[in-house]
Design a protein around this ligand. Structure first.
Ligand code: SAM
Ligand code: SF4
Ligand code: SF4
Length: 340
């Protein structure tokens, strides 16, 4: 199906959050002490997720990425992977994880049909990891990267959020580490999304600065995949290594954004910054089949005009999107709820 929103953008990519819970408390995502969790009874069951994904695929979605919170906190995740692999027309099934629980499950997930994994890693220093994530776990994350390679996962990526004065001195060591594992690192600008209550413009390290740091050390980098709609702008170095830059704050890419998000309780959001979503859980639980869901998705996407990050960029005065009380009032605003 060729479906386009009001700005002519197709629907091709779905981020499917399977839980709002997390094993870490990263300072750029979950810096608060208190959270309002989604009610357990609202969390979609595997069978419901399959029906939903089938409807999205029939509307044009090709790639589904499991996320969270921490997706591996969801019990029996390999079983869900196997079930989603049975969805007709789904091209790629991937997962973004903080890696903590990944290594022991790496083989099972691959065998169940997971095509690719992205592992978040912001530092190689254990003390800094603890300060940044408010939990221990660096060894587990490093083991996760090893495990992905050991079980033969292809196209493994490392996602690194770069924060001024926190880990901007690790751009090169992280690059080296990724290269040694044959994984592709992607540096992400700190975004002022819900959950990032400590965001301020001075803490953002622009992608242009990250590029300059890498080029100073490794020589000129050439842009590749210029036509791609992916958020990461991939760059190739003379030695053949590739890295990505996600300039989500300084140079947003809303004009080509083909992705949307479903939270673990079935709320569909057209944009990371959207304040309103469509409650697909209610539809599902009222007995809707794939036809009804497809109609809701088509109608919703045709109305979509979101360009959240670009609108934020146009604001003269910019601070955190939401404060602690706003997030307690509306947990759907949280990045760990809508999945990144
Ligand atoms: N827990 C998993 C993980 O960390 O990989 C999956 C969910 S997490 C919300 C998905 C991605 O969002 C992670 O790569 C994380 O670094 C990124 N993220 C969270 N808050 C962010 C922020 N304020 N700015 C930029 N990226 C952010
Ligand atoms: Fe960190 Fe991901 Fe958990 Fe957010 S959801 S606190 S980014 S591990
Ligand atoms: Fe897409 Fe919204 Fe992000 Fe822009 S801000 S790239 S529209 S999700």
């Amino acid at each position: 199906m060729h479906l386009a929103d009001r700005l002519g953008r197709p629907l091709a990519d779905l981020r499917l959050s399977v839980t709002d819970r997390c094993t870490l408390r990263c300072s750029y995502c979950m810096p608060e002490e208190e959270y309002r969790w989604l009610p357990r009874s609202d969390i979609l069951r595997f069978e419901e997720l399959v029906v939903l994904v089938q409807a999205f695929v029939e509307c044009g979605v090709e790639d589904v990425r499991l996320t969270g919170g921490e997706p591996l906190l969801r019990k029996d995740l390999p079983r869900l992977v196997g079930m989603l692999r049975g969805v007709r027309g789904l091209r790629e099934l991937s997962m973004t994880t903080n890696g903590i629980l990944y290594a022991p499950l790496a083989r099972e997930l691959k065998d169940a049909g997971l095509d690719r994994v992205t592992i978040s890693l912001d530092t190689l220093d254990p003390a800094r990891f603890r300060a940044l994530a408010r939990r221990d776990g660096l060894d587990e994350v490093l083991s996760a990267l090893e495990a992905a390679r050991a079980v033969g996962m292809r196209g493994t990526k490392i996602d690194t959020v770069v924060l001024r004065g926190v880990n901007d001195d690790e751009i090169l060591p992280l690059f080296e580490h990724a290269r040694s594992l044959e994984a592709e690192i992607r540096y992400i600008e700190y975004m002022d999304v819900g959950g990032a209550t400590q965001w301020s413009p001075d803490k953002v390290v622009p992608a242009a600065e990250i590029l300059a740091t890498i080029e100073r050390a490794h020589g000129p980098a050439r842009r590749v995949d210029v036509e791609s709609r992916a958020p990461a702008k991939r760059h190739l170095l003379a030695d053949g290594s590739v890295f990505g830059l996600v300039a989500s704050t300084t140079r947003p890419f809303c004009s080509t954004c083909d992705r949307s998000r479903v939270t673990a309780d079935g709320m569909w959001f057209h944009c990371l910054y959207a304040t309103r979503g469509t409650n697909l859980r209610e539809l599902l639980r009222a007995g809707a089949g794939t036809d009804d869901l497809r109609r809701a998705i088509v109608d919703g996407w045709r109305e979509r005009a979101d360009r959240g990050a670009e609108s934020r960029l146009e604001q003269a005065q910019r601070g955190a999107l939401a404060g602690r009380d706003d997030l307690l009032d509306n947990p759907h605003l949280e990045m760990h709820t809508r999945g990144g």
